[in-house]
Design a protein. Structure first.
Length: 274
């Protein structure tokens, strides 16, 4: 994993970086494996309270490694060849993801806030990877694209599942059908970006440190509710809100949050037990 993805954890914040900078962090088999391993590791790290995902060098992620397209041009149909191994129907996660889809969805499954810091380019699979985290902090001049149609393909790394939660249906269709490149300012206008700034990684780390200072049980409960909201009906959501809140009220960390606010001091929260 170290030659593709690196993780540093400091004060509850996991700083996750794609480090294949010479290839603009393009997605090859080793990168898919490294992303999944990193995400699965962080899912089980009780000390982690927030995550930042970024890319080293000139890009967040340029998409699928272009070496994969040589085989496609010859007409080969090997499983796992496409961005998400679309021909593979087995070995799926309980949530329904295949291997490359899981490289995106695992960031949504991490039980704490995850922020993608996006600069340079995020094309195709790289753009879909940026959709997995809870939020996207981007530069104004970042180049984004649902690029797959240019290769005669469709987005198949959970991109359509995640885009429909962010933008209007017609916008998702226009971007998918055209494969056009758009910048951070437009991404903000249409709902693909959360914030636009000159240094998204620095801002994302600052946000993560702030999030790491909140009640970790409440943050995890909030993420569970927000993830559930994408698919639950009203009755289920209302019940889950009540269930999560009942568990939080009067718990040691919730009491500590109240006391710290009243005493105007930094809270001292206990770790989450997994």
């Amino acid at each position: 994993m170290n030659d593709r993805v690196q993780i540093d954890i400091v004060d509850g914040v996991a700083d996750v970086r794609l480090v294949r900078a010479d290839k603009m962090n393009a997605l090859d088999n080793a990168m898919f494996d490294a992303l999944i391993q990193a995400g699965e590791r962080l899912k089980g790290e009780a000390s982690v309270r927030a995550v930042v995902l970024s890319g080293e060098g000139r890009a967040f992620c340029a998409g699928l490694d272009t070496s994969n397209f040589g085989a496609m041009a010859s007409g080969e149909r090997s499983a796992g060849q496409g961005t998400a191994g679309a021909l593979v129907t087995n070995n799926r996660t309980p949530g329904g993801s295949n291997r490359a889809q899981h490289a995106v969805m695992v960031w949504r499954e991490i039980p704490v806030p995850v922020i993608a810091a996006v600069h340079g380019v995020a094309y195709g699979g790289g753009f879909q990877l940026a959709l997995g985290p809870d939020m996207r902090f981007v530069t104004p001049d970042v180049k984004l694209s649902v690029f797959e149609i240019r290769w005669g393909l469709v987005p198949d790394m959970a991109g359509l599942v995640l885009m429909r939660q962010l933008v209007r249906d017609d916008i998702a269709r226009e971007l998918t059908y055209s494969g056009r490149i758009f910048d951070g300012e437009e991404a903000m206008r249409i709902g693909m970006a959360t914030r636009v700034m000159a240094d998204p990684r620095a801002e994302a780390l600052a946000f993560a440190r702030e999030a790491a200072g909140r009640n970790p049980h409440a943050m995890r409960a909030a993420k569970r509710l927000l993830n559930l909201a994408a698919e639950a009906d009203q009755r289920e959501m209302l019940m889950e809100e009540s269930r999560e809140q009942t568990a939080l009220i009067g718990s040691p960390n919730q009491v500590e949050a109240v006391r710290a606010n009243m005493e105007k001091r930094a809270p001292n929260f206990s770790e989450v037990e997994l």
